[in-house]
Write a protein that binds this ligand. Structure first.
Ligand code: ADP
Length: 352
């Protein structure tokens, strides 16, 4: 078996895989940590990536779920002719959690990078403000990279220790190691956000319009958010939206993603979200309605302003609705909210 340092070094290589450019690299790194013949990564039951290193009779499998916020969104399976050991299983679970984040990041990165671009545009309104922001971003880009490397090492070392691969821990040791790990992951999340922000390229936003079916856009976004809704036992009901619009597909998806994830965030467990759309005189009207906590009338305008949060929830930054409004405006449309406290909220936007 590899020494502890050796394994950590190999596991750390996973963090530097650029899935967008070279997804197969995940397997190349993984096969050095846990030898296998063939591997597959599934998302929403669809085969996303696979790689075969040598012929296998597939008799032994090692399977682990890809998770975001404790909700499974896919799985990764390794195949080998010989049995996998208990330690390999434990290490595999740790690797899967890193791979989950890498994959989740690209799934959401399209959406997030657009959010950031829109944010940057807001910043561009004032040249002076923009320059200050750019200097700040350059600084963060360098600084956060320096922070990420040792942090990754702290996290993977604490995870390996917690798995007790290198010996049993007593209760106090286990508790402290868990604290180190949780704090490390939290810090890494914050640093990643800062790094993403600082990577924004200065670009003006243009629409790339095509004809597409609203139903298809709804379905894709629903697939991304479904695991989080399911975890809160929130039902998403989609009414008939089977018609074509001429708009920017990615930006419409981003609008839907923002509204749907807010609806999930601000609706208690067991709630209901309804999506509906119709078209008239070449204007499409799309609605995302929830039966959640609702919003007092006095905030209906304010919530579309940058960084405004009424009930700040976990994973929120007060930018979602600002960006959503900008994207709707880019399409020549309008967005309004109909809401009352405790009675739910309906966000309705138009696309021309
Ligand atoms: P955040 O990241 O805080 O969710 P947003 O710009 O998306 O930022 O939303 C601004 C505020 O509007 C939120 O903090 C929340 O108070 C309120 N809000 C947005 N969507 C909903 C909703 N569906 N139900 C209740 N409140 C909402």
């Amino acid at each position: 078996m590899d020494t502890k340092n050796n394994i950590i070094e190999k596991i750390n290589k996973l963090f530097s895989v650029d899935i967008n450019k070279n997804p197969e690299k995940i397997f190349d790194v993984l096969v050095r940590i846990i030898p296998f013949n063939k591997a597959e990564i599934y998302m929403s039951e669809k085969l996303l990536y696979s790689k075969t290193y040598s012929k296998t009779n597939s008799s032994n499998r090692l399977k682990s779920n890809l998770m975001v916020k404790n909700a499974s969104f896919g799985e990764i399976i390794l195949y080998r002719d010989t049995k996998f050991s208990t330690n390999e299983r434990k290490i595999f679970i740790l690797c899967t959690s890193i791979i989950s984040n890498l994959i989740k990041d690209i799934e959401l990165s399209k959406i997030i990078s657009m959010q950031l671009k829109a944010l940057q545009e807001g910043i561009l309104e004032s040249d002076k403000a923009y320059k200050t922001e750019k200097n700040k971003n350059d600084f963060f880009a360098n600084f956060s990279h320096e922070l990420r490397t040792p942090l990754n090492s702290i996290i993977s070392s604490s995870e390996l220790l917690a798995e007790e691969i290198f010996g049993k821990l007593n209760a106090k040791q286990a508790e402290y190691i868990s604290d180190i790990r949780i704090a490390g992951i939290h810090l890494l999340g914050m640093i990643n956000d800062i790094l993403d922000m600082s990577k924004i390229e200065v670009q003006s936003m243009k629409l790339n319009k095509t004809y597409f079916n609203v139903d298809t856009a709804f379905n894709e976004v629903c697939n991304i958010v479904k695991p989080i809704a399911q975890k809160k036992k929130i039902e998403i009901i989609k009414h008939n939206c089977n018609f074509e619009i001429y708009a920017d597909y990615q930006k419409i998806q981003q609008i839907l993603f923002n509204l749907l994830s807010n609806a999930i965030k601000y609706t208690p467990s067991g709630g209901k979200i309804e999506l509906s759309a119709h078209t008239e005189n070449n204007i499409a009207t799309i609605s995302v309605k929830d039966n959640g906590i609702g919003i007092d009338k006095k905030y209906h305008k304010k919530i579309f302003n940058k960084f405004v949060q009424i009930n700040s929830a976990k994973d929120s930054n007060g930018l979602g609705l600002t960006i959503t409004k900008e994207l709707v405006k880019l399409h020549g449309g309008k967005i309004v909210v109909i809401s009352e406290p405790q009675k739910g909220s309906e966000f309705i936007f138009t696309i021309r």
